[in-house]
Design a protein around this ligand. Structure first.
Ligand SMILES: C[S@@+](CC[C@H](N)C(=O)[O-])C[C@H]1O[C@@H](n2cnc3c(N)ncnc32)[C@H](O)[C@@H]1O
Length: 265
């Protein structure tokens, strides 16, 4: 048995640990940030100033967009993530504009120019009706010609789907090693389950947090159909998770990671 296997393990919701979440998912912010900024003039009509993030979590991109001069807001179901997000916005001198809500049922006071949702949060919505309600709420919160930038992993139909990913991130004395692996996939039920661990190392303690995440699956065809049925949006471009705004992709049967640029009609 190696050191990691005998680590103290906490079975918990990883989203309840915003500090660790933000480190694990926050370290790659630059590519997503540059990509978003490049997409605004390329795909939206008119000027982009007001930006909204449904399922914003810790707001790792929101506060950087605020620093770049955009008016940002976001929502998330997790109160701990929202508190972390607002605390950081406040610390940087911005309004505490994140709020607790369900992304399938919300209304914005003022219409946004762009909404974004970069890394599979949308797949937390487990039914077609929830996904459709979400798209309709986002469409309702956007002005005409505005964008919804939506990133997710598709289920490829022409090759096996990826099963496992692991990566590390550190900030100061804190280091988190992350592993994500598929534990169950039922494509007829459109359901996929993952286990995810954060191995946390600080100078005084090390421990593991383990969680199970359930996602709805989408083939490219299922995603196109959903967008069509929800109405209000046209898919104007697709990219992958290399976030190169100069290199749109054509989705084929092997494509997994996609960023859809949906334009409000
Ligand atoms: C993978 S995290 C992404 C967070 C953030 N968008 C980012 O890019 O770092 C997924 C987030 O979705 C949120 N979430 C899941 N279901 C939700 C729902 N129905 N409404 C709002 N937020 C939800 C979770 O609480 C979590 O913060």
């Amino acid at each position: 048995m190696d050191g990691q296997d005998c680590m103290e393990t906490l079975n918990a919701n990883l989203y309840d640990y915003p500090r660790y979440y933000d480190l694990v998912f926050g370290s790659d912010w630059k590519a997503e940030f540059d990509f978003l900024k490049a997409c605004f003039p390329k795909h939206a009509t008119g000027t982009v100033h007001r930006i909204f993030e449904p399922a914003c979590g810790t707001g790792r991109l929101m506060y950087r967009l605020a620093k770049a001069g955009f008016d940002v807001s976001g929502l998330d179901l997790n109160a701990k993530a929202v508190a972390y997000c607002n605390e950081r916005l406040k610390r940087h001198g911005f309004p505490e504009s994140a709020f607790v809500a369900d992304m399938t049922d919300f209304r914005l006071k003022r219409k946004a120019d762009v909404a974004f949702n970069m890394i599979n949060s949308f797949r937390h919505l487990r039914s077609e009706s929830a996904a459709k309600s979400h798209l309709m709420c986002v469409a309702n919160g956007l002005r005409k010609g505005g964008l919804y930038v939506l990133g997710l992993h598709l289920t490829p139909t022409g090759c096996a789907a990826s099963e496992e990913e692991s990566w590390s991130a550190s900030r100061g004395n804190l280091c988190v090693n992350t592993r994500l692996w598929t534990t169950h996939r039922d494509l007829t039920k459109r359901s996929e389950t993952f286990s995810m661990t954060f191995d946390i190392y600080t100078p005084t303690k090390s421990f593991r947090i383990e969680d199970t995440i359930s996602f709805r699956t989408y083939t490219a065809k299922e995603m196109s159909l959903l967008v069509k049925n929800a109405g209000h949006f046209e898919i104007v471009a697709t990219y992958d998770f290399s976030y190169n705004a100069k290199r749109p992709i054509e989705i084929d049967s092997r494509t997994e990671d996609v960023v859809y640029i949906l334009q409000k009609q």
